[in-house]
Design a protein around this ligand. Structure first.
Ligand code: NAD
Length: 377
């Protein structure tokens, strides 16, 4: 089977889905790897690195599409690219298909088999292929670095001849994969950290990182859905959450918000009024900006200032760490591609739960195994 790595063309994207270090292992599994010229360039992986690792360099996306059996691309291909795909070809990526219903229909009409890795089931066997977790860790780390850079004070306590400076107080809202990494990063920088999540199960993990889990009880049950994800809460509960969080937000120097519910808008946990109660010079980094933000003042992709508080809604933070992000993605994709090979020959083993759940399109059918899916957008 020939895998074709397409260069990402989405503005601001610097990651690539394969890196030279996994090429040799893919070849050992029986794959030939074709790489579009410049595919790794924005992540500092040169064509020469790919060639030295054993990949075949191909000049254009059109040629990659023509020669490959399986195409790898993080973002959804363009309409013009999809026009070149043929029946039976396989497309694998982090495609976020619900954003592109027309292109999904175009892929269906062309008979392409599509796997979207954001639909990865949350089972232990799938952890090594879980691109959402890999990227969430990087986003959590980078959110704190970005906040610290903007913050006009220090994070650690400092005892100097010019006086003692107390540590900053960082509040992390949403303690999933990104939130836990944000807590760990803020702790490493010497801040005091408080954290909150609707899932009480994370209290222990928060405390094991040296942070305080906020004692907010809302008397709601069934907050967790399949796979460890949170459920969307009724507006009345979200209102009580905001009331309970208000004093903690007001006293924080930096707030990192990561609260999310799969395929739903991010819960609104910080109002303008709550921001106005914060000290000027405080910083909010809203990692949930891509799905609407946890703060009502967040503008995706921008910094805004409100009553002296700087609020940032980053888009695609992992792309700001392209070297490691690509390395992690490449390992996730490598493990996923291994599922196609048994006894040396690659084919679609749909008896495998992971292939069934990640499959978006097969034989002209959308969500062909939907009864087994975690959720259907
Ligand atoms: P996510 O990005 O969907 O959500 C981030 C966090 O926001 C979650 O912890 C969620 O509980 C929290 N949240 C949602 N609504 C909230 C609200 N109203 N108020 C406060 N917090 C709210 O989730 P994620 O970080 O990708 O993963 C969540 C959990 O899933 C992980 O902590 C882990 O336990 C589990 N997980 C399992 C696997 C696996 O087994 N393969 C892989 C990854 C994650």
């Amino acid at each position: 089977m020939r895998i074709g790595l397409l260069r990402e063309r989405t503005p601001g994207e610097r990651r690539t889905a394969l890196t030279p270090d996994v090429i040799g292992r893919l070849q050992q599994r029986g794959y030939t790897v074709l790489v579009e010229h410049g595919a790794g360039q924005a992540a500092y992986y040169s064509d020469e690195d790919f060639r030295a690792a054993g990949a075949e360099l191909v000049a254009t996306a059109t040629e990659v599409i023509h020669h490959a059996d399986l195409l790898l691309r993080l973002h959804m291909p363009t309409e013009a690219e999809i026009e070149q795909l043929r029946t039976g070809q396989i497309l694998v990526g982090h495609l976020q298909a619900w954003r592109y219903p027309e292109r999904l229909e175009q892929l269906r009409a062309r008979g392409v088999t599509v796997f979207a890795l954001e639909r990865m089931p949350r089972i232990s066997r799938a952890q090594s292929m879980d691109i959402l977790s890999s990227m969430a860790s990087l986003a959590g780390y980078k959110a704190v670095i970005v906040a610290a850079e903007r913050f006009g004070r220090l994070l650690p306590m400092m005892v100097t001849a010019a006086g003692t400076i107390p540590p900053a107080l960082v509040l992390v809202i949403g303690a999933g994969v990104a939130g836990l990494q944000a807590i760990a990063t803020a702790r490493r920088l010497g801040a005091r950290v408080e954290a909150y999540d609707i899932r009480p199960a994370v209290k222990e993990q928060v405390e094991s990182l040296g942070a305080r889990f906020l004692p907010i009880t809302l008397d709601v049950h069934d907050v967790e859905q399949r796979g460890g994800y949170a459920r969307e809460l009724p507006e009345e509960v979200q209102r009580r959450q905001r009331e309970a969080l208000a004093t903690y937000v007001a006293r924080a120097d930096i707030v990192i918000t990561t609260a999310a519910v799969p395929e739903r808008p991010a819960p609104r946990l910080i109002t303008a009024e709550m921001v106005e109660a914060m000290r000027p010079g405080s910083v909010i980094v809203d990692v949930a900006a891509e799905t609407g933000g946890n703060c009502e003042l967040t503008r995706p992709g921008e910094w805004v200032e409100h009553h002296g508080v700087a609020i940032f809604g980053p888009l695609n933070l992992p792309a700001t760490l392209p070297i490691h992000a690509s390395q992690m993605l490449a390992r996730n994709f490598e493990q996923f591609l291994a599922l196609f090979v048994r006894d040396g020959s690659p084919r679609l083993h749909f008896e495998d739960e992971i292939l069934r759940q990640t499959c978006l399109l097969h034989n002209g059918t959308l969500y062909p195994f939907a009864e087994k899916a975690v959720s259907t957008p």
